[in-house]
Design a protein around this ligand. Sequence first.
Ligand code: 5RP
Length: 221
Amino acid sequence: MELKRKVGYEAANLIKDGDVVGLGTGSTTHYFIEKLGNRIEIEEISIMGVPTSYQSFYLAMNSKIPITTLDEHNVDIAVDGADEVDPELNLIKGGGAAHTLEKIVDESAKQFIVIVDGSKIVTELGSFPVPVEVIPHATRTVKDHLIAMGGLPTLRMAERKDGPVVTDNGNFIYDVKFDIKNPKKLETELNTIPGVVENGIFSQIVDQVIVGRDSGIEILK
Ligand code: 5RP
């Protein structure tokens, strides 16, 4: 938790007066949003946030960050977490089931910064299964496609195990184990399956990764 806090605060200190900020989702961006709200209150800077989930929307509201939308503003800088980061700065995201809106907001930003602790840095993507958001009517047919592509899909279940996780968009999530040789190719192919809304591979859109380690902060570009 301490490393997540460290990188969250580090990223919040990069935000400048007047910025429109993409607000990522998860336990790491929680600290970023909290600190940003803190800076707005203390420094009286003018910032607007574009949330990437209901979770970050409510957190932003509670942190008194003025909220806007992509219809009204372009995003200057987006800050988000990740589940895996490879040496080319490709990501797997979606551990919090928010990757569809995250990808829309993060990709649109002039600058996209990822904040992670060192445990998320990998030599090759794929230990973490790829989250794939699926329209409920296509649950069975998408599963067949994923298996035909060499994937091992598991429908993500709610904590009480009494039904699937439902995303902010009203859809389900498959967590799919893949042997990932070419992240860009897999990202593109997954999105051609009818009924797939978006997948959690983010290839080649990151500008900078802030990594928290016990020894200090490392920047990957
Ligand atoms: C949510 C995400 C998160 O950014 C990712 O799962 C990392 O989460 P955390 O900061 O809690 O480790 O992609 O969909």
